[in-house]
Design a protein around this ligand. Structure first.
Ligand SMILES: [Zn+2]
Length: 514
């Protein structure tokens, strides 16, 4: 056992739970007999910290797991936790969501507001494909989990993750890799296994893996194309190699594996484009990001924010426009200097572009895209967790990417910094022998039907094609799930519901099932 791995006391209320936990750990994880010191001392103790592998499979929509026969995914799901989905932050763009997962911060606090950003202080742009900007710590704020790991005297090794190539606050992972899309999946798996083979005093405590093929297939062909299922099968093959390698090392049940994706995917079409230059003189503004949402800046001698909003407000029925201060509160996208003066967001499946760009596009099927409101179910990704903290077979409603930083700090037994997330959705589940399940109920309000999916520490509310993940809040009466501008507070068969700041009235439960 590494000398850096320490036992920590756990403030659990019930000795019986601990006893049950130890029995569970022995039975489910095949742990060696000497490991649960707690069993001998009857002290409430957490198992020793084990390595944590964070995997991102870019662009895996919540329902892709059902698209093909995926034996390696299935094995990890059976042995651990599967969430209905993973809700990310706005905008649902690769750099913003990946960096949000590892910092627990919305873009207002992380500074990563898109894949393509404008910085008004430096008067420069950030491009996802530009090595100089990607590797410049200036663009990343907050504390990524690998910095928390390093500060705790542990070791981080990243095989790709947005932000991992930069010194953030002067700190980098001990081992990091410059992004190389040509690195084969086999090479990536072999390297992670080689890191886990290092002597215990050097072995990384935190590792990452990243795969991009599913995202590429979704963009090129659209989410429902067979190429997407093929890409999922290729990632499953690579995961199979990983699982086999971990089994050979007796690590599969003795480390934590978290599988995430950064966003879902929505099909787009050439007849669902909004061309901004039909409504505004593009030479009088700066647009730092295009697509599902456009990030628009006023310029000196050009249009003011008020003038931009006035031109675009009722320009197109499929586009909403806000001044920075008026962006919906649940987007947390109103404060950072890199949040633009004006945000325009298209309806799901619609794109904001310009005539010159549109004319250069090839005709035919336009493929897939992401970047819209994170609540659209099609923007939700996946979340699977496996390892000693997760009883086999746990099911949860949609979880939030913003909570993963805190979860990872808890799993690695290091002190988390303050974030926008919390452990609320996970704390009733971790190291619990009780297998969490989901209770589903249907609700009818004056103007809407809702589906509530309740887990041990959180719930999701489905409202049309949108699904909101809400943490459980302690409440003196009734069961209360709450997040910014969102509330589901049930008392018996009635509920008080607010969605997007709008109160729904007379909500009654009409059906429920386990
Ligand atoms: Zn992505």
């Amino acid at each position: 056992m590494s000398p850096r791995i320490k036992m920590k006391l756990l403030k659990l209320p019930c000795i019986m739970l601990i006893t049950a936990l130890c029995i569970f750990m022995l039975a489910a994880c095949g742990a060696p007999k000497e490991s649960p010191i707690a069993a001998e001392q009857a002290l409430p103790a957490k198992p020793p910290a084990v390595p944590l592998l964070l995997i991102s499979i870019d662009g895996v929509r919540y329902d892709y797991l059902d698209k093909a026969n995926l034996p390696a995914f299935d094995r990890l799901i059976k042995g651990g936790l599967r969430a209905d989905s993973l809700q990310q932050i706005f905008p649902t763009k690769t750099f913003a969501t990946h960096y949000s997962m590892v910092t627990g911060l919305h873009p207002d606090r992380s500074g990563v507001v898109a894949n393509s950003m404008w910085d008004p202080d430096r008067q420069t742009r950030f491009f996802m494909g530009n090595r100089d900007t990607v590797g410049d710590g200036y663009w990343y704020e907050g504390e990524p989990i690998w910095n928390t790991v390093e500060k705790a005297g542990k070791t981080a090794a990243t095989y790709f993750w947005p932000g991992s190539e930069a010194a953030i606050g002067g700190i980098r992972p001990t081992i990091w890799m410059p992004y190389d899309g040509d690195a084969t999946h086999d090479e990536r798996i072999a390297q992670v296994l080689a890191w886990l083979d290092m002597p215990l005093d050097k072995r990384p405590d935190f590792l990452t893996l990243y795969f991009s093929v599913v995202d590429s297939a979704g963009h090129d062909y659209g989410p429902d194309h067979p190429e997407v299922a093929s890409a999922m099968q290729e990632v499953d093959r690579a995961l199979g190699l990983l699982v086999k390698g971990l089994e050979q090392r007796d690590l599969l049940n003795n480390m934590h594996i978290l599988i995430t994706s950064d966003h879902g995917m929505q099909d787009i079409a050439t007849d669902r484009y909004i061309l901004l230059d039909e409504y505004i003189d593009l030479s009088a503004v700066r647009v730092s990001d295009w697509g599902p949402a456009a990030q628009i800046w006023s310029t000196e001698g050009g249009l003011s924010a008020d003038e931009i909003v006035a031109s675009l407000k009722n320009a197109h029925p499929k586009m909403r426009v806000w001044k920075k201060a008026d962006v919906p509160a649940r987007y947390h996208f109103s404060e950072h200097k890199r949040v633009p003066d004006v945000v325009a967001e298209a309806d799901l499946g619609w794109m904001i572009s310009s005539t010159p760009f549109y004319q250069r596009m090839e005709s035919g099927p336009a493929g897939g895209m992401h970047g819209w409101d994170p609540a659209w179910q099609n923007m939700h990704g996946i979340f699977i967790a496996h390892g000693p903290a997760f009883a086999p077979g746990i099911k949860t409603p949609a979880l939030r990417g913003i909570d993963l930083y805190t979860l990872m700090a808890e799993l690695m037994q290091i002190e988390a910094v303050d974030t926008d997330g919390s452990l609320d959705a996970f704390s009733p589940i971790l190291y619990s022998p009780v297998v969490a399940a989901i209770r589903t109920s249907n609700w009818l309000c004056d103007t809407a039907e809702l589906v509530l999916r309740e887990g041990a520490g959180s719930a999701s509310v489905q409202y049309g094609e949108r699904v909101f993940s809400l943490p459980l809040q302690v409440s003196a009466s009734g069961v209360r799930y709450e997040d910014t501008d969102m509330l589901f507070w049930s008392k018996g068969n009635t509920a008080q519901v607010t969605i997007d700041s709008v109160e729904l009235n007379n909500c009654l439960q009409i059906q429920s099932s386990i």
